[in-house]
Design a protein around this ligand. Sequence first.
Ligand code: ZN
Length: 407
Amino acid sequence: MKKLVVLIVASFLIPLAIANYENENIISSEDDFISNILSMINEEMVSNYIQTLQDFGPRVTGEQACWEAGNYIYNEFKNYGYETRFLNWSIGTYEERNVEAVIPGEKNESIIVCAHFDSVPGSPGADDNGSGTSAVLSIAKALSEYKNATHFVYTVRFVTFSGEELGLYGSSSYAFDAYERSMNIVAVLNADMIGYTRNEKGKENAIIFDRDNSNWITNIAENVSEEYNLGLAVNRYSAGANSDHWPFLEYGYDAVFFHEYEFNDHYHSSGDTIENMDIEYDVRMTKLIAGTLLKIAQAEVTDDEPPEISIERPLNYLYIADKEVMPLQNTVIIGKITMKINAVDNSSGISKVEIYIDNELKEVLKNKPYSWIWDEKAFLKHEIKAVAYDNSANSAEKDISVIIFNL
Ligand SMILES: [Zn+2]
């Protein structure tokens, strides 16, 4: 409804807008801001980063070249003036670090743009993953003059991981730590292998791997490609455990993985060099990630739609000691009960789910799975209510009545 009203009002304003056309050009809109940032990302910038990373030699986690690449990334962030830090991790006999630079936003909630900078032995790792690392560095460089202004609603974190090729070590450490500290992460944009094409079709397509909780990010990316004429059709696939978005999804965060459409023929070989890449394509993929990041960081996403919510447990059953015993006409619970809520939002993502018993707030759930155990003294009829909020403060609720006997 809101959108319709805007349209009607807008149609009355068109003559005025034409009259003020000259003024309109002077006022720089938020969209100009995004266009400006995207125009700063170019082939020279991207190929310079990739070449430099390639020249370290294979950046194998635990070896000198990987360590030096970490120093290089750290120094680049520092040179742009960012608040920068190494985040040490150790798994098994490996001791390495991730590198992070931050733009503080109005809110503490963070949006992460990330990539791994390590490579496999014997591979120069230009596309895997000099391309993703270059994307993180290029976006950081393009945004460097905005790092101190409170230009963004959300805090932006540029993160590069080591240990990916060993088994997502660096990102697992980061995501685990974030989860332990209850860090609020709105979105994770991971880039891994974004600079290779074989045919014309490769140039015109991008892949984004997501999940139900993160497909709102893919929706934004799709719009960004169209709005900024990036010439990339977005192909969606279900995310798997093949890159650094995965540990974030495992801990319930909304994460997506940007990837080239045609898989690199030189993957994990000595042929993974910049000469075998398509830098023009890599630049457009980098812009796709940058535009998506900016739309979210500025909370520019128009979301007037409430989330979808359903109570998946309890249903119309007899439950005894948290076990489903038999179907009934209504819900009867003897003992405690594990509640399960499903909440999805396609435009801005779910920020939290609240659980109420008889209108008294019992729990706030920020990450999936939205699940809570109700184990309090209760007799006879009670009302269970769940309320889901999206990142644009729209909400939706569901309630059910239950008969309970819990001593
Ligand atoms: Zn990779």
